[in-house]
Design a protein around this ligand. Structure first.
Ligand code: GLC
Length: 802
């Protein structure tokens, strides 16, 4: 069963049935102002931070039929009275004759037709603006004139989103909402009393407001025994037009659009925003009342995305590959980079989660090519959360810029740091250097996290110094086998072993980072530094090879007593995917072991939904292992298909030169392929999920936690840099494909340091891959840097498949 289709020519996914198994969402704006909008017009919006400055009240846990955050009612003046309809389907729940939610890049458009009225609402946040705009076109499709009223509604939350849910007296005692006339137009402003002079939310429109409502109880009517599905106030000619001095504040503006002739369209533009005061908001409000300005703002968003996506466009024989790599994955990468794991339909945007060091360091890897400056800025910020000893804070709040130790604080008897956080930014910095060639970036001075009482940093260091300390923290904090200590956890948040445990993941990630640094030092001509890192890498490699080979695959952990996890000796968790893939990525695995380990991963972990993170899942709660055993077998980190780990398998297979298997792993998790069985998979087919229940779970195939997952960044890297093999390097653009034998080739256009590279890859009578650049043969596979503005033709011939 399907709920919609891909419309690649418009770069949209079109939902055609509103009864999706969960709300299917899209993101608008950025963390500076924005949030997500669901396919039934609900929206969760914040400015700067979803925990401390949230605007709309959107409760993910409530049923989908519920009204969430924002909606629109229309009122049709029929001969026998007023007919109230919900053009976004909720909360009225009368099925429209036509329903479409077009999930676009930076906007969603909801189209519906019911009772002869067509509504088309495009919802977006203009670039660099602190307002959500709804451009609503209402058309009379009847054969006779009809009179229609439009009532947009917003349910406000206290800006401190947690307080909204935890204090049912203080919040309503403090919330206020009043209406300010502006000629025939009007603006409703809302604030908690304490922010009256400093921070107001506003709801306004470009049409005369005939009456308004500011209080939920009055809007629903009957002491709230009226419902959102049929508010009693909408049966009256006008709303109460009374300000709210307290209570559950909402904004509802009643507009009489007047009599509409057959075919006639009225265009209602609403704005929901936040400013320090109404006076400060006014110029912007006036500006965006203009339809021309709104058209321009939407065109700017389209232009932004065209430029962003033009960084890399590919044409392969696989249409699903093209659609996801050219449109949907880069879109998701951008969104994940913006929101980290902070605000989604699953990540509630509450509490101290904030921006994740590990998560954002990985997200940024995928946006470096399109947004190098922004990526550089993000990397500097991340590094300012590194401690002087080289380890790092786990998370930070984007508004207060306060760091936190995240969930590691939850278990008092376990260490309060993660052993991988500080290593991820190294990959980010290297990616940035290779993309931009801006080696001076290494000399940027960035503070370490520790501050004195006045808030001034105790120490600062260059970016290079930060990287050095990160490397040293891991190589000096080792356990009984000489392998890095686990701390609270590594990438796998849910395995929390008592203090003294060792992590193979940390060893491998360190190994990968060190390989990259060796290459960087070689490029810088700093041979002594390169040599010392080569020796360190070799030492760790020997340690892994000596202690962590289980006979057929690599172990994943040693616990505090030196017992292995990820071994045939274990009842549960005998083999972990990351231990195999990263043994390849780190360069630690010998070629023979690398193949054997990856073959075992294939034999034991692969399912047609994707590769499991481990197997068998723990069947019972056991605090020794920590969070992993809170999940039933087959769910999340406990033997589920934690998708983020799959692209690492794709990359590992390309490093082994096995293009067919890499392609199989890549294709089997393509969300677009789930479109026809969306009733089973349940979530958006246009983005990756974080997790899918595996064959060890009775509901195998069910996806959850879409959008904010490192899966997007790594799948994008796996597809573009490792399968297609197009990756930035210090000296130029490398093209080293590892494609399936089923493809004859592909073409791609890549913008790189201001030049455009047109790449054609085909097969021919060659023994090894050959490359020409503008017709000239090249040794190796790196197309040299071209002057900015140049058009470069790159031709690669691969040996015939077989
Ligand atoms: C979640 C966390 C991420 C972690 C992963 C696996 O997605 O955000 O940091 O690596 O779970 O445990």
């Amino acid at each position: 069963m399907r709920f919609g289709y891909f419309d690649d020519s418009s770069r949209e996914y079109v939902i055609t049935d509103p009864h999706t198994p969960t709300k299917w969402i899209n993101y608008i704006g950025t963390m500076a102002f924005g949030g997500f909008v669901d396919h039934t017009g609900g929206a969760l919006l914040c400015k700067g931070d979803p925990t401390y400055n949230r605007i709309t009240k959107y409760m993910q846990q409530m049923p989908s039929s519920d009204f969430k955050g924002t909606t629109l009612y229309l009122r049709i003046h029929e001969e026998d009275g007023l007919r109230v309809i919900s053009p976004f389907y909720v909360p009225g729940l009368h099925l429209p004759d036509l329903f479409e939610c077009r999930v676009g890049l930076g906007y969603s458009t909801i189209v519906s037709e019911m009772y002869g009225i067509r509504t088309e609402a495009t919802i977006f946040v203009p670039l660099d603006e602190a307002r959500e705009v709804r451009d609503i076109r209402i058309t009379n499709m009847r054969e006779r004139a009809v009179e229609v009223d439009a009532v947009p509604v917003v349910e406000f939350t206290h800006p401190d989103a947690l307080k909204q849910y935890t204090n049912a007296d203080w919040v309503p005692q403090t919330m206020q909402c009043r209406f300010c006339r502006d000629g025939v137009l009007g603006t409703l402003i809302q604030y908690p009393f304490m922010y009256r002079e400093t921070k107001i939310n506003y709801l306004t429109s470009n049409f005369p407001v005939s009456s308004f409502e500011a209080d939920r109880k009055r809007f629903l009517g009957g002491n709230e025994y009226g419902t959102w599905a049929a508010p009693l106030s909408l049966a009256e000619a006008e709303l109460s037009s009374r300000d709210a001095e307290r209570g559950d504040t909402i904004g509802a503006l009643l507009h009489h659009l007047g009599s509409m002739e057959p075919g006639e369209t009225k265009r209602l533009i609403t704005q929901l925003g936040q400013e320090s005061s109404l006076d400060a908001a006014r110029p912007g409000i006036d500006k965006y009342r203009s339809p021309e300005i709104v058209d321009e703002a939407l065109a700017e968003i389209r232009a932004f995305w065209s430029t962003y996506l033009a960084t890399l466009q590919v044409q392969t024989p696989d249409a699903a590959f093209n659609s996801t790599v050219n449109i949907h994955i880069p879109h998701q990468c951008y969104v994940a980079r913006q929101w980290s794991r902070y605000l989604s339909y699953y990540q509630l945007g509450l509490g101290s989660r904030g921006i994740g060091m590990r998560d954002t360091s990985q997200d940024v890897l995928a946006v470096v090519p399109a947004l190098p400056e922004e990526a550089g800025e993000v990397l500097r910020t991340l590094l300012s959360f590194q401690r002087r000893d080289g380890s790092a804070m786990h998370q930070f709040n984007p508004l207060t810029m306060e760091g936190s130790e995240g969930d590691s604080q939850e278990m008092k008897d376990r260490p309060h740091y993660y052993c991988d956080d500080h290593l991820w930014p190294i990959l980010g910095v290297i990616t940035y250097l290779k993309e931009t060639g801006d080696l001076g970036f290494l000399d940027n001075v960035v503070p370490f996290y520790e501050k004195d009482k006045a808030g001034a940093p105790l120490e600062s260091g260059t970016v290079l110094e930060h990287l050095r300390r990160g490397v040293a923290f891991t190589s000096t904090n080792v356990g009984a086998h000489g392998l890095p200590l686990l701390g609270f956890a590594d990438w796998n948040d849910a395995v929390n072993l008592p203090e003294g445990a060792e992590s193979l993941f940390a060893a491998h990630l360190w190994g990968r980072a060190v390989l990259e640094l060796i290459e960087m030092y070689e490029h810088l001509g700093e041979e002594a530094e390169a040599a010392s890192l080569r020796a360190a890498h070799d030492e760790m490699r020997q340690c892994v090879e000596e202690h962590a080979w289980d006979g057929d695959w690599y172990l994943r952990y040693f616990d505090d007593a030196g017992e292995p996890l990820g071994s045939t000796e274990n009842v549960y968790g005998q083999i972990y995917l990351n231990a195999q893939t990263w043994a390849v990525l780190s360069g630690f695995a010998s070629p023979d072991r690398a193949r054997r380990a990856m073959d075992q991963a294939n034999a034991r972990l692969n399912t047609h939904f994707g590769l499991k993170v481990s197997t068998p899942g723990f069947d019972g709660y056991n605090p020794h292992y920590g969070g992993i055993t809170t999940y039933p077998p087959g769910a999340k980190e406990n033997g589920g298909i934690f998708l983020h780990t799959n692209p690492w398998a794709v990359i590992a297979e390309t490093l082994l030169g096995r293009g067919d298997r890499a392609y199989e792993y890549y294709s089997q998790i393509n969300p677009a392929a789930k479109n026809d069985r969306a009733d089973e998979y349940e979530i958006e087919p246009y983005v990756y999920a974080q997790n899918v229940l595996s064959d060890e779970h009775p509901e195998a195939g069910l996806g959850r936690n879409s959008w904010l997952s490192g899966t997007a960044s790594w799948c994008y890297q796996a597809a573009t840099q490792w399968i297609l093999g197009i990756r930035a390097d210090y000296a130029g653009l490398r093209v080293a494909p590892c494609i399936t034998g089923a493809w004859d080739g592909f073409s791609a256009s890549r913008r790189f340091r201001g030049a455009s590279y047109n790449i054609t890859v085909s097969r021919g009578e060659v023994a090894a891959p050959t490359m020409t650049v503008d017709g000239e043969p090249i040794d190796g596979n790196v197309a040299p840097m071209a002057p900015a503005g140049a058009d470069v033709e790159v031709n690669v011939i691969l040996p015939a498949a077989g």
